[in-house]
Design a protein around this ligand. Structure first.
Ligand SMILES: Nc1ncnc2c1ncn2[C@@H]1O[C@H](COP(=O)(O)OP(=O)(O)OP(=O)(O)O)[C@@H](O)[C@H]1O
Ligand SMILES: [Mg+2]
Length: 334
């Protein structure tokens, strides 16, 4: 079966006065229909740039310099801006972190949800659009949609605004949704509601979902497969259960160490990974993680590790597989 989204060796660069930054570096992954795929990593690891590259939304002078984004039999990186605009919204919808900035403050909610439906010819008349908007608003759990459809964004809470954004994303019957930190700006209890809504819709409609998050707890709850990014590269990719059961990259092990565990001993200290991600204008030689890695050896400083299958279906960009131990970070920072 052909994947809904098949990303191959995607590479995106941004020229800056300090040098050219490779913000997405040879990224490959696939997403199937009905699947939720997670993209995790620290701030600045290239998650949003990956999403923007897929959508053709890299702000110039940055641009996709290599690789392919295959969707529906075409390579999206080769499409004209106009053709790409038709794909956005209709085939592939997005949900961004900050719902309030995604909505136009001077336009009524109903109009905003209807906009792309009319643009993409999903509905023909305003009356048809209105009926469908009310339907969508009900579907995403907005009470009294018949009256609220004429309200403005400021009349909605943050959580309700994000529901509006989700309704707009669903309006053109997309096959795939790219959600970049869709709940980060919300209160914790609301986060949970929005995430559950998104997953229920994804499941019911059989959509592919790419979920960008820096929260491994969210990944554990929602994603079937996950890619861990570091400094623009995927460093580990595997089914979610296996990532938590047996991580195969020191960076992932470090991230997992930072996640509080309900079943862990009460006095166990959480140990953040010491150090900071590299400056992309001057990335370290060899493995990009080696300056922060407790296992770094000479070979890690000289040779560039490739993403390799270390066990069936489990990819890791680390050559020190033999040295990985469960207490790696406890020993390292003790
Ligand atoms: N316009 C720009 N010019 C130069 N560098 C940029 C620009 N936009 C982003 N970057 C750099 O690209 C890298 C990847 O950024 P990106 O926004 O994809 O990170 P992220 O993983 O989404 O982080 P966060 O969790 O904070 O959202 C970062 O190092 C960032 O500094
Ligand atoms: Mg981001």
């Amino acid at each position: 079966m052909m994947a809904l989204l098949d990303i191959r060796h995607l590479t995106t660069q941004i020229p800056t006065p300090r040098g050219t930054l490779t913000v997405v570096d040879d990224v490959s992954f696939t997403v199937d229909a009905g699947e939720c795929f997670g993209l995790v990593g620290e701030s600045g690891s290239g998650k949003s740039m990956t999403i923007k590259s897929i959508l053709g939304l890299i702000p110039p002078p940055g641009r996709v310099t290599g690789g392919a984004v295959l969707h529906d039999g075409q390579d999206l990186t080769l499409l004209s801006p106009r053709a790409m605009n038709a794909i956005r919204g209709r085939g592939i919808a997005t949900i961004v972190q900050d719902a309030s900035s995604a909505l136009n403050p001077v336009l009524r909610i109903g109009k905003q949800i209807a906009e792309s439906m009319l643009e993409h010819g999903i509905v023909r008349t305003r009356a048809e659009a209105r009926a469908r908007v009310i339907d969508l608003m009900a579907k995403v759990g907005i009470p009294a949609p018949e009256t609220r459809i004429d309200d403005y964004p400021h009349q909605f809470s943050g959580g309700m605004c994000q529901r509006v954004v989700i309704a707009a994303a669903l309006s053109c019957n997309p096959e795939l949704i790219l959600a970049d930190e869709p709940t980060t700006a919300l209160d914790v209890t609301i986060q949970d509601q929005i995430l559950k809504l998104l997953l229920a819709l994804q499941h019911d409609l059989g959509l592919g979902l790419v979920l960008v998050t820096h929260d491994l707890g969210v990944v554990a709850q929602t994603c079937q497969r996950v890619a861990v990014m570091y400094a623009g590269q995927i460093v580990e990719m595997v089914g979610t259960a296996d990532l938590f059961r047996q991580p195969r990259h020191p960076y992932t092990m470090g991230l997992l160490n930072c996640v509080p565990r309900l079943d862990g001993p009460a006095d166990k200290r959480l140990t953040p990974i010491p150090g900071a991600p590299p400056d992309l204008a001057h990335p370290p030689s060899g493995c990009r993680f080696h300056p922060r890695c407790p296992l770094a050896a000479d070979a890690c400083r000289s040779g560039k590790p490739t993403l390799t299958e270390v066990s069936p279906g489990h990819l890791s960009r680390c050559i020190r597989q033999d040295a990985l131990t469960a207490d790696l970070w406890e020993t390292a920072v003790a």
